[in-house]
Write a protein that binds this ligand. Structure first.
Ligand SMILES: O=C(O)CCC(=O)C(=O)O
Ligand SMILES: [Fe+2]
Length: 451
C-alpha cells in the first residue's frame, strides 16, 4: 500500500485509518472466503459477545499466510517508523465476527507488551446506523474513560490502528442490523513494555444502617404467604441448601402495581452511571422519587426486613438475628454453591442490580392470581441480556444466572470470592412486548445485606 498520505490523529489518543489497505485485486475476496470457513467460537462475558476464530498465527491457508506476512513485515516497519514505537515481529492475530446484538464494551486493550492494536475490516456496505462502530473515548485526569468522542465506521478493506496506552479506551458498539456481518482480522504489535500509572481504585459505597421500622411494614408490603413461620422455615431450609432462591410475587399485588406506575413518572431524575468500563445503567436520584418509591426504599432498609431476611437465609444480617454458627449442617449447606464461606461483599462498590429469574424456587404460593399471567406475558428472554451472572473470582465458570422477572425477589448468597455482573441489555430487548414500559430495559431494586 502507498502509505505516505496517512495522517496520525492524536485525539483522543494516537490512531489512524488506512482506506484501501490491500491493493491486490481479488485478494480480499479470497481472504474472506478462507476466514469464513474457519471455526468460530462464541465468546460471551461481562465485556463482550461475539465470535472469534482459532488463532491465525499458524494457519496455512494462502491468503491468511500472505496477510500475516504483509502485516508483520512491511506494515510493521512502516508503523514503527510513523509512530516512533519500537515493534517486535511477534505475531498476534485472530479473526472476529460481530453479528446482530454483538458488542465489545469499553476497554483499553492493555496487556503486557501490547503496543499497537490494528483491525482490518471485511464488511459489506456499512453505515453508522448499522452500529458496530469502533468508538474512541476521552479520559479524565485519573485515566478513566468518559465519553465517546469519535466513532469510526468500518468499511471494506480499511485498516484502523491505535497505540495501546492507559488512555486507549474504546468499544465496538452493538451491531444493530440483522443479517449484516462485521468480519475483521485484528491483532496487536508488541514491543518493550512501558511504565504504567497505578490502576485507579474506586472507593466503596458507604453502607447504610437499617431504619427503625417494626414488622407492621412487612404486612404492608409483602405477600402474606411469605410471612407465616412455616414458610419462613421452609425458605430457610431451601436457601441453606442452594445459597439462592426466588420469591415470586414477593410484594403485594397492589403495591407492585403502584411501584410500577410510579417508576414511569416523568419527574424522576435518572442519572447515568459510569465510568463506561465499569458500569452502564441509570440510577434514580433519591430526592426526585415519588412518595411510593421512597417508601419502598424505606421498606428495603427497614429493620423488620433485615430480620425477615435473616430468617429467610439463616444469615445474621441483623445483630438480633440468631446465628447458625454452631449448626454445622447449615454451614455446609450455604457453602455448597458458592466457593468459600465468609461475609458477602460487593466488588467495585456496585450498588446495582438485583434481578430475578430462572433459577430454582421454593414452592410457589398457588393462591396468587398473578402467577400465571406474569409467567406467560412478561418473561424476559435471556437473549436480551439483562440477566445477573455470578462468577467465582479469577475463574470463567458461571456459578449462577438470574433472569429478571416481574415482582420476584432473588436472594443470592455471595462471599468475597463471588463476583456479579448484569449482562449488557441489547437491542433485541425492544422485541419484548411492551406492557408498561415505554423503553427498553427494566427496573430493579438492588441491595447488598451484610453478615
Ligand atoms: O473490531 C474493532 O473495531 C475493535 C476490536 C477490539 O477492540 C478488540 O478486539 O480488542
Ligand atoms: Fe480492543
Amino acid at each position: 500500500p502507498s502509505l505516505e498520505a496517512i495522517a496520525l490523529d492524536p485525539v483522543p489518543f494516537c490512531h489512524g485509518v488506512i482506506p484501501n489497505f490491500i491493493q491486490c485485486p481479488g485478494f480480499l475476496d479470497g481472504l474472506q472466503r478462507e476466514l469464513l470457513s474457519l471455526d468460530f467460537h462464541p465468546k460471551c462475558n461481562d465485556l463482550y459477545k461475539f465470535k472469534q476464530s482459532d488463532d491465525l498465527k499458524k494457519r496455512k491457508e494462502p491468503h491468511i499466510s500472505a496477510l500475516r506476512k504483509v502485516l508483520f513485515e512491511e506494515f510493521r516497519e512502516w508503523l514503527s517508523a510513523v509512530t516512533q514505537v519500537e515493534l517486535e515481529p511477534t505475531i498476534d492475530l485472530s479473526c472476529a465476527k460481530y453479528e446482530y446484538t454483538d458488542v465489545l464494551l469499553c476497554h483499553d486493550d492493555e496487556l503486557e507488551g501490547r503496543r499497537i492494536a490494528f483491525i482490518l475490516y471485511l464488511v459489506p456496505l456499512w453505515e453508522k446506523s448499522d452500529g458496530g462502530t469502533l468508538d474512541l473515548y476521552s479520559t479524565d485526569g485519573r485515566f478513566q474513560p468518559q465519553q465517546v468522542v469519535k466513532s469510526l465506521v468500518p468499511s471494506w478493506n480499511s485498516l484502523a490502528f491505535f497505540e495501546v496506552s492507559p488512555v486507549s479506551f474504546h468499544q465496538v458498539s452493538e451491531v444493530l442490523t440483522e443479517g449484516k456481518c462485521r468480519l475483521s482480522v485484528s491483532g496487536w504489535f508488541h514491543g518493550p513494555s512501558v511504565a504504567r500509572p497505578p490502576r485507579y481504585i474506586e472507593s466503596l459505597l458507604p453502607r447504610s444502617p437499617h431504619l427503625p421500622y417494626d414488622h407492621e411494614i412487612l404486612y404492608e408490603w409483602i405477600n402474606p404467604v411469605y410471612l407465616d413461620m412455616d414458610s419462613q422455615a421452609q425458605i430457610q431450609e431451601e436457601f441453606e441448601e442452594r445459597s439462592e432462591l426466588l420469591l415470586k410475587n414477593f410484594l403485594k399485588g397492589e403495591k407492585f402495581q403502584l411501584v410500577c406506575e410510579a417508576l414511569q413518572k416523568e419527574d424522576i431524575k435518572w442519572n447515568h452511571q459510569g465510568p463506561p468500563n465499569k458500569r452502564c445503567y441509570e440510577k434514580a436520584e433519591e430526592g426526585s422519587l415519588p412518595d411510593i418509591l421512597r417508601k419502598c426504599l424505606e421498606f428495603f432498609h427497614s429493620e423488620a426486613l433485615f430480620l425477615l431476611l435473616s430468617n429467610f437465609t439463616g444469615l445474621k444480617l441483623h445483630f438480633l438475628a440468631s446465628s447458625d454458627d454452631e449448626n454445622e449442617e447449615g454451614e455446609e449447606g450455604r457453602a455448597a454453591n458458592c466457593t468459600g464461606h465468609s461475609s458477602s461483599k460487593p466488588k467495585q462498590g456496585e450498588s446495582s442490580q438485583k434481578a430475578n429469574g430462572d433459577a430454582d424456587q421454593v414452592d410457589q404460593p398457588e393462591n396468587d392470581p398473578q402467577t400465571k399471567e406474569s409467567d406467560t406475558k412478561n418473561n424476559w428472554n435471556a437473549e436480551y441480556g439483562g440477566f445477573t451472572s455470578y462468577i467465582a473470582k479469577g475463574e470463567d465458570e458461571e456459578l449462577l444466572t438470574v433472569n429478571p422477572e416481574n415482582n420476584c425477589l432473588a436472594l443470592v448468597y455471595r462471599d468475597k470470592e463471588t463476583l456479579k455482573f448484569v449482562k449488557y441489555v441489547n437491542h433485541r430487548s425492544l422485541e419484548h412486548p411492551k406492557k408498561q414500559q415505554s423503553r427498553a430495559g427494566f427496573w430493579d431494586f438492588s441491595f447488598v445485606y451484610y453478615e
